[in-house]
Write a protein that binds this ligand. Structure first.
Ligand SMILES: Cc1cc2nc3c(=O)[nH]c(=O)nc-3n(C[C@H](O)[C@H](O)[C@H](O)COP(=O)(O)O)c2cc1C
Length: 167
């Protein structure tokens, strides 16, 4: 008798899966890179996670349907911009397919050239360390090259489909 039972197709209802994942509170980040022509590219994610302290590695998961997929596949760097409490509009803009996402943000370049949102809570500038299969997402692992806290304050929180603040 194996310790773990084998796969059971259809055992996970997609709505239940989403609902349960939504109960895991996360921060919100805007991940950015540059397209081959140098144009800034970025989108809102809550799949950002720390991976390793030594070497310093982080990851995020990118939907294979995302418009920015080809830019992130081609790029050798990305930045993670952690949003502050009160930056719901920034989060919404970077999740809106029709928005001019970079129009209202001051952008800085640190070591890799990935765009840093100057008014974020903190940012990590990364070179791409690895790309892994992640089902309908690709897992992008970055090696942190430069990092800084950019503002005092609390993070923007995402929980059960909505923005929250620390009490
Ligand atoms: C709070 C929040 C978290 C999100 N997390 C992710 C994520 O982790 N990965 C992802 O691919 N899309 C995520 N999205 C959706 C993308 O931001 C959205 O689909 C965006 O329009 C994709 O941009 P693109 O098609 O230009 O790449 C999230 C959206 C929001 C509002």
């Amino acid at each position: 008798m194996p310790v773990c039972a084998s796969e059971q197709p259809g055992a996970v209802d997609p709505a239940d899966f989403r609902s349960i994942l939504g109960r895991f509170a996360t921060g919100v980040a805007v991940v950015t890179t540059r397209a081959p022509d140098g144009e800034p590219v970025g989108l809102t994610v809550n799949s950002f996670t720390s991976v390793s302290l030594e070497p310093p590695l982080v990851l995020f998961c990118l939907d294979l349907e995302a418009g920015s997929l080809s830019a992130f596949e081609a790029a050798s760097c990305f930045a993670v911009n952690i949003l502050r409490a009160g930056q719901e509009a920034v989060s919404n803009r970077f999740a809106d397919p029709l928005a001019a996402r970079f129009a209202d943000n001051d952008i800085a370049d640190w070591s890799t050239g990935a765009p840093i949102l100057a008014d974020a809570l903190a940012a990590l500038d990364c070179t791409v360390h690895a790309r892994h299969d992640g089902g309908d997402h690709i897992i992008l692992v970055g090696r942190v090259q430069h990092l800084a806290v950019l503002a005092d304050g609390e993070p923007l929180i995402y929980w059960r489909g909505g923005y929250r603040q620390l009490v």
